[in-house]
Design a protein around this ligand. Structure first.
Ligand code: GLC
Length: 531
């Protein structure tokens, strides 16, 4: 009997930042009808599921990650009817829809917080995390916000501080309160009942905080210019005792709905990250694996070490996943360069496990240039060098005005990246060697070769330290991936014969002897092993 695999194991996830994907109503901001109008592109590209960053009513202090109503759609993005249409149109094309679920904090404009801050006696007071001032009147402890500064904000009316691990307009919910848990589980049911296929859960590892409010440790290696979030070792505000029980509860809400996916946003080292699969695989299906985003350098040996550590310590039965970029971290083409980004794309789409692709990365999009006076990201306002705006510039559809993202007569909410006239869907669709053609070909191969979707993974020892080589195998299918992680030409010596299925330059085919395998700088090969 053949084993069957759920869609989130064999499929590929595509992340859309709704403000930036496609403007359907001509106001310079992307929206749901815009996304629906581009579903055929996503089907053509060959992805399987779309994760939408938040689309709920929000004052947009953190562009939708500050939610004022969990069960509605912000008018900027459209209506509930538009959401239903998107779900229905996606499903009719066999595309899944994953929503962002942001349980750690609400907007300060959410009615729950409005009630909570009204008085200390309010029934919703304990839905958030309040604390008396320290003896000197200052914040209760040293906890810092991920965006910089103290994580505590004084509320003069009631004389206490409230906690916000992110922006001051994002008060943290108190997940130790069972009423909060139930209210948030109801939110999940609301969307699952409407037919969505799962959630990406925001900052899952931060939901619980130390109930004794002890100080975090300061990171002695932190220096000005580093991410503000790295300033402390967050021993009392992340990955706290009790979190796994909570994650299991969240999972059981999903389990009531059949094959839906639970993805968790978690920035932790591999051993601690893997705990979020759950001892009985009863927590997140896919705790996001950000190793390629957080790694110290892009060297072949570092990549191999990460992949091997992850693969060998993955719990039995747990399904791996890989991410190259998201709306919070510099684009891959900017981090490693446009040429090497093609190799990175081959890596992402040929490793074992579910890949998540950030919109525009399929084209090789670069970070945009957003002048300091235009910074709108709260993290960027605190620390301009860490602004996330450049990662969120409009999708580049064509070489026309505003890259086809919005009409020529309006300004897009963020300026277009400089390279949009060459790096765009329309130009790249017609170019047999473009980045987009590479991505689409890799997606096509991944879909058609069992070795790549469900096959085993084995990294291969060889003498060239600038290359990373691994094998994917399923029954008689044996494939090798040989990646040159450098700009120089390299030679790799491997046993046997092979057939080039794909070079990242899209210009080579044919059989060859693997005993002296030459790779151009920034070249990756997918090879079929011939015996
Ligand atoms: C997550 C999101 C990020 C947001 C933060 C607060 O890290 O990915 O964009 O600012 O949570 O919700």
């Amino acid at each position: 009997m053949t084993q069957t695999y759920p869609w989130w194991q064999t499929g590929v996830i595509y992340q859309i930042y709704p403000r930036s994907f496609m403007d359907g109503n001509g106001d310079g901001v992307g929206d749901l009808p815009g996304i629906t109008s581009r579903l055929d592109y996503l089907r053509w590209l060959g992805v399987d599921a779309i994760w939408l960053s938040p689309i709920y009513p929000s004052p947009m202090a953190d562009f939708g990650y500050d939610i004022a109503n969990y069960t509605a759609v912000d008018p900027l993005f459209g209506t509930m009817q538009d959401m239903d249409t998107l779900i229905q149109q996606a499903h009719s094309r066999d595309l899944k829809i994953i929503l962002d679920f942001v349980p750690n904090h609400t907007s300060d404009e959410h009615p729950w917080f409005q009630e909570a801050r009204a008085s200390r006696e309010n029934a919703k007071r304990d839905w958030y995390i309040w604390h008396d001032p320290a003896s000197d009147g200052g914040p209760p402890n040293n906890w810092t916000s991920y965006f910089g500064g103290s994580a505590w904000q004084f509320d003069a009316q009631t004389g206490q501080y409230y906690l916000h691990l992110f922006d001051v307009k994002q008060p943290d919910l108190n997940w130790r309160n069972p009423r909060v848990q139930e209210a948030m589980f109801d939110v999940m049911r609301f969307w699952l009942d409407r037919g969505i296929d799962g959630f990406r859960v925001d900052v899952l590892w931060l939901l619980l905080k130390d109930d004794q409010f002890r100080d975090n440790l300061m990171n002695p290696d932190w220096k000005p210019g580093d991410l503000p979030s790295a300033r402390q070792e967050k021993i009392h505000t992340e990955d706290q005792p009790g979190i796994h029980e909570l994650v299991r509860k969240m999972r059981s809400v999903l389990d009531g709905y059949g094959e839906r996916v639970f993805i968790g946003e978690i920035y932790l080292s591999i051993p601690r990250l893997l705990n979020y699969y759950g001892e009985m695989l009863d927590e997140a299906h896919l705790p996001f694996n950000f190793q390629f985003i957080t790694m110290p350098n892009w060297h072949a040996q570092t990549i191999r070490q990460i992949v091997d550590e992850y693969e060998t310590t993955l719990p039995n039965g747990a399904w791996p996943n890989w991410v190259l970029g998201n709306h919070d971290r510099a684009r891959i083409a900017t981090r490693v360069g446009s040429e090497q980004a093609r190799v990175a794309q081959m890596l992402l789409l040929t490793l074992r496990g579910t890949p998540t692709c950030y919109y525009g990365d399929e084209l090789g999009m670069q970070n945009g240039n957003v002048p300091p006076e235009m910074i709108s990201d709260p993290q960027g306002k605190e620390n301009p060098e860490h602004s996330r705006d450049p990662i969120r510039t409009p999708m580049q559809w064509d070489s026309g005005p505003n890259a086809g993202f919005c009409p020529a007569t309006v300004s897009p909410w963020l300026p277009l990246a400089d390279d949009y006239q060459t790096c765009n869907v329309a130009s790249e669709q017609n170019d047999p060697r473009s980045f987009l053609t590479l991505t689409r070909t890799l997606l096509d191969l991944r879909r058609s070769l069992f070795a790549l979707t469900i096959g085993s993974f084995q990294s291969i020892d060889q003498d060239n330290n600038s290359c990373f080589v691994y094998q994917r195998q399923h029954n008689e299918q044996h494939y090798l991936v040989v990646l040159n992680i450098s700009v120089q030409e390299q030679t790799v010596k491997l046993p046997g014969q092979g057939r080039i299925v794909l070079s990242t330059y899209l210009d080579r085919e044919g059989s060859l002897d693997l005993s002296t395998l030459h790779l151009r700088g920034n070249e990756g090969y997918l090879l079929e092993k011939l015996f």
